[in-house]
Structure formats: C-alpha cells, structure tokens
Design a protein around this ligand. Structure first.
Ligand SMILES: Cc1cc2nc3c(=O)[nH]c(=O)nc-3n(C[C@H](O)[C@H](O)[C@H](O)COP(=O)(O)OP(=O)(O)OC[C@H]3O[C@@H](n4cnc5c(N)ncnc54)[C@H](O)[C@@H]3O)c2cc1C
Length: 401
C-alpha cells in the first residue's frame, strides 16, 4: 500500500468463510462493485474456517436457521459448478449421511417439538422409536434410549476448508481485492464529543498506519469479532471458545453411521476410515490457547462413547486439533446486518459452531442487505444486530459442543 488512503465500496474485515462468501455474492450480484477483503493471515492457520468439522444439519430450533441450512444444502449440491473457475468443476465431498439426535424418555417430548418445527420448515426427517433405531443401526446401544430424530436427506458433511477457498478464489476471479494486514483501528467522522458518527476508515498495521476508506465496513472477524468491534467503540457478545476435535479409529465395522448426537453431550461422525468426535468442555473459558484439550477424551468420555457404540471399545486416538467457535454468549445465534448504533458498520459473525453450513446463505443475505437495503432471498432479519442492542434474544436450543 502507498501512504494515501484507497477507496472501496465495501471493506470486509476477515476473509474466513463468512468474508469470502460475502465477497463472492457482492461481486456476483453487482459486477463492478469494489470489494476489499482484509485478513491478517491468508494461510488461515487459526481461522475457524480451517479447523471446522464441516457438517450440515436441518435440525435447529429457530426457523431462520433451518432456512439457512436448507439454502446451504441446495447451494452445496450445486457448488461444484457455481464456484468453478477456469471451467474446472470442483468436488466438495458432500456426503448426505444424516444427523441422528438421540433422546431418553425424559427428552422425548422436547425432541418431538423440535421435529415438528423442523418439519414445518420442510426438513426431511424421520422420527424413530427404539425398535426402528435398533433395526436401522444395529451397532447402536439403544436400551436406555426412547427415540431418535434422523435427517433422511439434506444433512451430512463436506469439505469446508475447500468450500472456503473456493468462495475466495471465485470472489477474486469476479474482481474482489485482497490485502494481508492486521486491522488495528476503525475511524470516520466524529461528533464534537469524539463519538464516531459513521465508520468509513479502516486502519491497518504498518509502518505508517496505512488506511483504506469504504462506504461499508463489515466485521467478519469470526472469533475475534468482539475485539474488532471494540475498535469502533462497540461491544458485541462474541467470545472465542475452544473446541477440540478428536480423530479416532476402531478395527470394528460401524456401517451407515450418521452424525450422532448423544444425550450425554458428545457428537461423533465418520470421516473416511476414521471417526471425528468432540464434546462441550466442562470448563469453557474465553481465548484458551489453540491446542487440543486431550483431557476431554478421558476414561469417562471413552466409556460414554463405548456405551453408545460398543464397537468403539477398541478405539484408538489418532490425532486431535482445536479451533475456536465464534460463540454468541447472548443467544447462540449469528449477528448479521447493519449495526444500528454505527452507520456504515455491518456484522456477519457469532454463528456459534454452525457457520460453515450457513456461510452461503448468510453471505447472500448480507450482500443483498448492503446492495438493496434489505435481505431478499432469505429473511435474515431475525438475526439482525438490533436484537442484541434491544436485549431481545432469539435463543437457539440446538448448539452442538
Ligand atoms: C472445531 C470446530 C468445529 C466446527 N464444526 C462445524 C460444523 O460441523 N458445521 C458448521 O457449519 N460449522 C462448524 N464450525 C463453525 C464454523 O467453522 C465457523 O462458524 C466458521 O468457520 C466461521 O467463519 P468466519 O469467517 O466467521 O471466521 P474465521 O474462519 O475464523 O475467519 C475470521 C478471519 O478474520 C481474521 N481476522 C480477525 N481479526 C483480524 C484483524 N484484526 N485483522 C485482520 N484479520 C483479522 C482472521 O485472521 C480470520 O481469518 C466449527 C468450528 C470449529 C472451530
């Protein structure tokens, strides 16, 4: 960068899957719009988008999340062509293996209520009693279970980091610009008391505190988005919460295994010849070092896994990694749209562990919001930042891990 500011229509701060999807949709919906993606690390070594378990489900408690997932699965089914550059079709390894939410007797009514909400939104689900669970999944220990809710289509897993990179490459091929730099300040015209009246200037770390100006500035900084908002004098309830993913194997066969959500709190799904598994940590602090918490797969956790899937009695831990959920501590839902307290400043953050599957729809909705003043294809207004400002939560009950 030279010392003088450069001007863009939209500056997106953070080029993870949210920033990349938004840049893709902006440049697709309005060719010629000038978009700048700023990230401190285009290697994405600590970004959630590189460390995700990349699964997709329709089983949420909030209709807006089911709608985002429904859009997400249709997008994924066509993404190989939609995101192709130079005519090369891409393969995101989408496997619609389903999610299986399990419930014990005291949880049956709650699971049924969620099933009704999700079916009302068009999700393709089956409600299985104990006999059906036993018949369909003979490797599952179901004696202490009452029912399960299974995604029959539209749920499964895919290559999330590849999707992220494809959004980025396609956005750049459509004219988006990239800048590797750390954002250290946000500015704009100020009132006489010093309050920011509008956010239109982004200051990045550099020898002379270089800056760019933009009509719209978007906070897409994932787990670091609260830190970024503070640069503009705003507080948003997003925390970086570490989650460990374990890669395990077993010599025994577990065929047709969906992503299983156990009443004891763990999740597990196949990945090639292996399984991925994780759970909610007992002690869930902010900003823990990004190293796997091996104590989360201790003897008692091992016993819980082997209780539900006896074939895992003989399991072994192959490796593990850790990433941050960009957790919305207010209501476990995303914050998307303009920030009502600062003109020019938008957010797309706080997806609380389910952002990879919602990136396509959230990016489209926010692009429309920026370009047309409202989201059109998907009504994302329930996720608006206003609910945080007004302290009117939209609680999501189905948060995994
Ligand atoms: C272990 C794990 C499992 C998950 N499993 C699933 C799943 O199964 N399904 C699902 O849908 N989702 C899942 N998620 C969630 C999903 O991965 C995230 O919601 C999504 O990747 C968030 O993307 P993002 O772009 O908001 O954040 P990120 O990918 O973290 O990107 C934010 C970017 O902002 C940049 N940045 C931050 N601050 C600055 C600054 N000051 N200056 C410049 N750049 C900055 C960072 O470098 C980073 O690249 C999981 C996440 C984790 C960690």
């Amino acid at each position: 960068m030279s010392g003088s500011p450069r001007a863009y229509d939209v500056a997106i701060l953070g080029a993870g899957v949210m920033g990349a999807s938004l840049a893709y949709w902006l440049t697709r919906l309005q060719p010629g719009v000038s978009v700048l993606l700023i990230d401190q690390d285009f290697g994405f070594r600590r970004a959630s988008s590189s460390l995700s378990a990349s699964s997709i489900r329709q089983q949420f408690s909030c209709p807006v999340n089911v709608q985002l997932s429904s859009f997400g699965i249709s997008f994924l089914r066509q993404a190989g062509e939609l995101l192709a550059t130079n005519g090369h079709t891409l393969d995101f390894g989408l496997h619609e293996g389903g999610y299986l939410y399990l419930a014990q007797e005291h949880q049956e009514d709650a699971l049924r209520r969620l099933y009704e909400i999700q079916r009302g939104q068009g999700a393709d689900l089956g409600f299985l009693d104990k006999a059906a669970l036993r018949a369909r999944f003979p490797w599952l220990h179901s004696e202490d279970l009452a029912v399960g809710c299974l995604g029959l289509s539209g749920e499964g897993w895919f290559d999330g980091p590849a999707l992220h990179q494809a959004f980025l490459a396609k956005a750049v091929s459509q004219g988006a610009h990239r800048m590797q730099a750390k954002v250290v300040g946000l500015s704009g015209p100020r009132a006489s008391n010093g309050d920011l009246l509008r956010c239109d200037t982004v200051i990045v770390e550099g020898p002379s505190s270089d800056s760019v100006t933009a009509g719209v500035v978007v906070n897409a900084a994932g787990p670091w988005s609260a830190t970024l908002a503070r640069l503009a004098g705003l507080s948003i309830p997003i925390a970086a919460r570490r989650r460990t993913v374990f890669v395990i194997s077993t010599p025994q066969v577990v065929s047709n295994c969906p992503l299983v959500i156990d009443p004891s709190g763990f999740w597990i799904r196949p990945e090639g010849n292996f399984f991925l598994t994780g759970t909610t940590p007992a002690e869930d602090k902010d900003d823990l070092p990004l190293v796997p918490a091996f104590e989360e797969l201790d003897e008692s956790q091992w016993a819980r896994l082997a209780h539900r899937i006896p074939a895992l009695e003989a399991m072994r831990i192959e490796r593990a990694w850790a990433g941050y959920y960009e957790m919305n501590l207010f209501d476990h839902n995303a914050l998307v749209g303009p920030h009502p307290q600062l003109p020019g400043f938008y957010c797309i953050t706080g997806f609380s562990g389910h952002g990879m599957q919602h990136a396509a729809g959230a990016g489209l909705g926010l692009a429309e919001w920026i370009l047309h003043g409202e989201p059109r294809s998907l009504d994302l207004r329930p996720l608006s930042v206003e609910r945080w400002v007004k302290k009117a939560p939209l609680n999501e009950a189905n948060v995994i891990g």
